[in-house]
Design a protein around this ligand. Sequence first.
Ligand code: FUL
Length: 679
Amino acid sequence: MKLLRFLWSILLFSSIAGATAQEKLPKPTDLQMRWQKMETIAFVHFSVNTFTDMEWGYGNESPQLFNPTALNCEQWVKICKDAGLKGVILTAKHHDGFCLWPSAYTEHSVKNSPWKNGQGDVVREFAEACKKHGLKMGLYLSPWDCNHPDYGKPEYNQYFKNQLTELLSNYGELFEIWFDGANGGRGYYGTDSLHTRKIDKDYYDWQGFIDIVRELQPNCIVHGGGLPDIRWVGNEEGHAGKKHWSTLLPKDQFSKDKSLPAQLNEGHENGTRWLPSETDVSVRPGWYYHASEDHQMKSLPRLMDIYYESVGRNSLLLLNLTPDKRGLVYPIDSLRLLEWKRQLDLDFKENLVTSKCRFSSNNKKKLKKAFDNNYDSYWKGNEENSFLEIDFQKPVTMNRLLIQEYIPEGQRVKSFRVDYLNDNEWVELAKETTIGYKRILRFLPITTQKVRISFEETLAPVMITKVAAYNAPVLLAEPTIRRDQQGMVSILSPEKFGEVFYTIDGSSPSRQSKKYTAPFSFDGKGTIKAVVYSGENHGEVGTQTFGLSKEKWTLKESSSSNLNLFDGKPNTSWVSPKKEMEVVIDFGEAIAFSGLTYLPDQARWSRGIALNYQIYTSDNGEDWTRLTAGDFSNIRNNPITQTIQFGKKVTTRFLKFATNTAADGQEVLGIAELDILAE
Ligand code: FUL
């Protein structure tokens, strides 16, 4: 009897313990759930920066500069809709303080612009366009404001609340409000001089701002502002970590050994708050339109990668569009977005997991719920070591596997494995970590009749709501063309099974052009174009223009023989010794050029990103003349190639490129590539 009672109490205790483990898991709110299911949404960056060609304005720009000639918010919204994006967020006010709506609290807005004689309201037109085309609307309101004289003083919080109230009261329902994290940098702040306004950690009345949102727009997700509803994914390049928890620990329990972006990118397995990530990335290098980036619209393969590395890794994708000075999305961009949507539709056209398949598991209860295409019904596995097996009943070819956890009950899978049957033997296809709301695996095509997913480690019994398999068409991606310091050109194709053809005279390559087999020498100036073919199908043409040969270039008196800054490889870099934040280049002879390009260290956790620059020239490497100096905008979050135009041709043998401030207080200068503008 005693023994029975003892066993009974163990049973009772373990089931209580089990229940607590499940109950303890952080869970999304209905609002977070609705937001997550949107999967892909759009950003629109459009403001005075569009007209000044800047990324971060200084707040002293005249409202007179804002004058789009053909502004049409419906065009933006229609493109987003056609691209399958479910909502759009517009920059109502960026860091420069210019308001796209006629705010009653400032003169720095559309009301003092020539556009529609100051009678226009971009936010209103945007809201109407969203309503008309059935897209959800969101707004970005920058807390940092380089125009407002009170910025940095407590009074500014009230100004911000007033503006927030205007936006949340007058334009209909918002699904998301975006408070940016960039703060307190250089600006005019209503004065005559450019200066920095430092703010305290607790300067903003976040709670006050959030209370206003909750009161006026209870269905609105808040981004930023002390992380109320969602989190930044940790980069602006478009990728969530392969391991990706929607949960986070409180700030004071973050690891000391890993950077903040790295932790946001991965989340915390033992996180106590449900804070799903949002992957914000622009379709171009910058967030705003710059004519100089017309050729840098992201390629289709890149956009596909972004989708798979955000939505396919349990994040939500926020893809930015950059309307131009006319107020329209540029044609290349809109076409590319439509191509992207078409490709996504092709990739997920036919789910090979159908009702004709046979399903098995070591827990057969409600097994079909994992395959019924209804998010709200799910299969629940055992306490541990559950698996799902799909018998396709005939051999099928696939290269994608999609799995979804039922996250209203928390994110549970810590590690899983996928095996497939090959000639009667189980072969491992993938060994992965998290799943979350959605996980999509990409792999080289396999042909098999059976696939098995084993949930190896879980925080609580696994809950799966969907498993699907697809055979996505092969995408003939644009090749990358690179030249090393010795003038050897390599053409890299992301498609392993294609043939590459190229030209060196700037003409369009075709199957009749020269076939690429190995690196070749091309030391002069000119344009190389290349394309990948698979049978008669081909991808997009890759283009690269090269300037003067860099063969004679060296670094003066450098203890390091590392010349990675000239090697044409963006993924290798040169980093200065500590506290020597400069590089001196000896071109070997006097050369004439009119500018420089600087690509910062591209490493995930980069070293020595220069926030500003000073450039000097010299004929002997001893006596220096200062040529120019300036700042790089938003380079920390978006470390793309920076172009410095001198405005004149300069002839020199030695060049010094220096900075006195690197990102994160690092005392080094890091350079992935440094090049001259010879034309
Ligand atoms: C960043 C800003 O500084 C950029 O300009 C852009 O608005 C991006 C979405 O967020 O923090």
